[in-house]
Design a protein around this ligand. Structure first.
Ligand code: FAD
Length: 406
């Protein structure tokens, strides 16, 4: 029987273990994670978890699940090295585990801001449960917050801080929030919504230094010389893939661990999935590294099948989708757009419910929906089936994506 070791007990790692058992793998199965707690869901950390004073982490699976499924879960343990010549991994507690098959599900780490004062107390980032607890505790006594980076996490935090009535400034170096993955139409709407919610959102602005008193942050200096006052700073400037083990083991790495269409690394016994993996996307024809729960869990299922010799011969090809909740803004994205795609709006942005459909030529490639969940579900179906309404059809006021998708 094949012995499988999964490194990283996050969304991708836990789903791999579960899928292996569901699909009938009976051999030894070990899941190693360096965080101390029972594996938990990450998305709530920048949402509900910040709103509710005593919110508990949401476990991905209960303790009993791991016992019943005979998954050996090692928490608080780091894999320090992969020895490919002996097919063993070395653990921080001194143990060595042999494997026939290894799955790297190591996730990503927050990028830090290389400016003076980044290490002051009160300067936070948000990736783990421990980070979220620290941010929530800091919010309780906070007078004003500064967010660096108008990405998903920065804006989700800003919405949570406004809900508590805190003054919030967000500085973003780019000319629009949420990066180039989002259409300009949607980015513009989201910008205005945060501003009308009282967020001081400044585009084309960065920080050059954090200021402190006795080791505690009290503000920051902006790239244009503006002085910001804040006793809580959240830095949300993106992540870097955790590829250090792969690098040390001599596997190919390029903005993530390089895998083929079956999510196999340059070593056929080793797979990489989730936030840490760079894979060839069958929809875009390019290499991508995605950061979403959907990507982590669908890739986990694909790899479990591959380990058992039952992979989809066509390769991994699930439709990417994602969500972000920023106060009243419920954003859902299906597909992947690029900046040269044409954007067509469905519905009326003025009532806060609309979708942006992105076309490459005549082909629908992505749909961003704001408070329009039916469009999102329809879009996922259309993208999976490779069907597109003609762009002209969208101009008809009676056009419904849901009806078209039936
Ligand atoms: P992770 O969940 O990060 O798990 C990787 C685990 O591996 C970590 O616990 C890490 O510590 C561990 N690890 C790494 N190296 C080692 C090692 N050498 N030894 C042992 N353990 C190791 N996605 C959405 O789709 N919607 C959302 O609304 C959303 N909100 C988010 C909010 C926040 C605050 C964050 C941080 C992320 C959010 N995401 C969201 C993204 C989503 O959570 C990630 O894409 C997903 O967690 C990726 O799963 P993963 O298993 O690849 O990585």
């Amino acid at each position: 029987t094949t012995s499988v070791v999964v490194i990283g007990a996050g969304h991708a790692g836990v789903q791999t273990a579960e899928a292996l058992r569901t699909m009938g793998h009976t051999g030894p199965l070990t899941l190693v994670g360096d965080e101390p707690a029972l594996p938990y869901q990450r998305p709530p950390l920048s949402k509900e978890h910040l709103d509710i004073a005593d919110a508990e982490p949401l476990p991905l699976r209960g303790t009993q699940f791991f016992t019943e499924q005979q998954i050996q879960l090692c928490t608080g343990v780091t894999v320090t090295m992969i020895d490919r010549s002996s097919s063993r991994v070395h653990l921080s507690d001194g143990r060595e585990l042999p494997y026939d098959c290894l799955v790297l599900a190591c996730g990503a780490a927050n990028r830090s801001l290389p400016v003076p004062g980044s290490d002051l107390d009160g300067v936070h980032s948000l990736r783990t449960l421990a980070d979220a607890e620290a941010v929530r505790a800091a919010m309780a006594g906070c007078e004003s917050a500064l967010v660096v980076g108008a990405g998903f996490i920065g804006l989700e935090f800003a919405a949570a801080a406004r809900k508590r009535g805190l003054p919030v400034t967000v500085v973003e170096a780019a000319e629009r929030p949420l990066g180039r993955a989002l259409s300009a139409e949607m980015a513009e709407h989201i910008t205005e919504a945060h501003r009308s919610n009282g967020v001081d959102l400044r585009l084309g602005a960065g920080v050059t230094a954090f200021l402190g008193d006795n080791g505690r942050v009290r503000g920051a200096i902006g790239t244009d010389g503006t002085e910001y006052t804040a006793d809580l700073v959240l830095v949300g400037v993106g992540v870097v893939p955790r590829d250090e083990l792969a690098v040390q083991a001599g596997l190919a790495v390029d903005n993530g661990i390089v895998v083929d269409e079956h999510l196999r690394t340059s070593d056929p016994d080793i797979y990489a999935i989730g936030d840490c993996a760079s894979f060839p996307h069958l929809f875009t024809g390019t290499r991508v590294r995605l950061e979403s729960v959907q990507n982590a869990t669908d890739q986990a299922r694909h790899v479990a099948a591959a380990v058992l010799g039952r992979e989809d011969p066509g390769g991994y090809r699930e439709v990417p989708w994602f969500w972000s909740h920023q106060g009243q803004l419920k954003l859902q994205i299906a597909g992947l757009r690029s900046s040269d795609d044409r954007a067509l709006v469905l519905g009326d942005p003025a009532d806060g419910k609309f979708s942006v459909c992105s076309y490459r030529g005549q082909r629908l490639v992505a749909v961003e929906s704001l408070n329009r969940p039916a469009d999102h579900m329809a879009a996922r179906r259309l993208l999976a089936e490779g069907r597109s309404p003609a762009p002209e059809q969208l101009a008809d006021p009676d056009f419904s994506l849901k009806t078209f998708a039936r």
